[in-house]
Design a protein around this ligand. Sequence first.
Ligand code: OSB
Ligand code: MG
Length: 369
Amino acid sequence: MRIERVELIELAVRLRFRFETSFGVEQDLRKIIVIAHGEGLEGYGEATTGETPGYSYETTDTAWLMLEQVILPAVVGHDLASPAALLERVAGVRGHNMAVAAIESAFWDLQAKAAGMPLWALLGGVHTEIPVGASIGIQGTVEETVEQARRHAAEGYKRLKFKIKPGWEVVPLRAVRDALPDMPLTVDANSAFRLTDARVFQALDELDLDYIEQPLAHDDLVDHAKLQAMLGTPICLDESIHSPQDARKGLELDAGRVINVKMGRVRGHLEARRIHDVALSFGAPVWCGGMLELGVGRAHNLHLSSLENFTMPGDTSSASRYWDEDIVEPLLDAHDGVQKVPNGIGLGVTLKRELMDRLTRRRLDFPGR
Ligand code: OSB
Ligand code: MG
């Protein structure tokens, strides 16, 4: 199949809440939507970049630049037998996985549509109902944190993840644990600590957390292994895992025992599935992380979560938690902490083009006319 042309669309959107993590605050975001055209069909992808290079060096601006100048010229207009063939054409692009994943995932949608199958079935998924949790940003006070915890628990979310940073960890989490003794709870440090902070994690170790996500530096599997050896709570790796080889190294070193798989961070569905397979071979569970996606990225996350070894609740909470209006139909909301994988052909969602037009900040047709 040939991708004949691509529309790149940058949308300006505003989160319904201020989302604070150890690397900064996010609320006004720009998101890139990719529409790949081929054989009279349209495939949809979304770049999972943020505004600043805090979580990853990639940003919405770097993804636009790479797609326009490097990635689309390499893939558009060529016969691509499979997503593997698409990746082969950009094998010379070091990194920029979120930019590559935006078109790789759109190509999967195209292929599923050409095959007349839902994407989850083409990926080889087995789950059609996805248990999800909520990721809760750093709040101003312990009281607000407990209030958020109670509210999301009451909405039915299957686990609550709290962002932490140095100085904001044990006290708020102990308060949440006291308020919700039986709720599955986790924390995510987004790489903000060092091994010399081990005492913080030994204190968190007493709170019966399901895992501690990415406590240490993004590129330091060795120190993660040292920390894991001190803890009963599993470490979950997020920023450290960019490839199946990273997953193999992380699990082999016992730098973590759970992997947060994000399609964008790892270059798309094909590599995400390979990481899922590596983790399965180690007996390590995975779950699908989130990047504050709009409906296109959210739908891709649900299809990915259909794979067998996605056995822990993911971050794909209700679209209406994040956005006043989402750009796809149907609305991807959880009910009692469960999201249904869209079951139409391909991604199984349609774009609200009029709403998108109102939100558009820049667009590009590739190739240009
Ligand atoms: O580390 O998982 C993360 C959001 C942006 C960047 C990194 C992360 C997150 C989240 C939010 O935790 C997940 C979501 O609700 O989409
Ligand atoms: Mg994370």
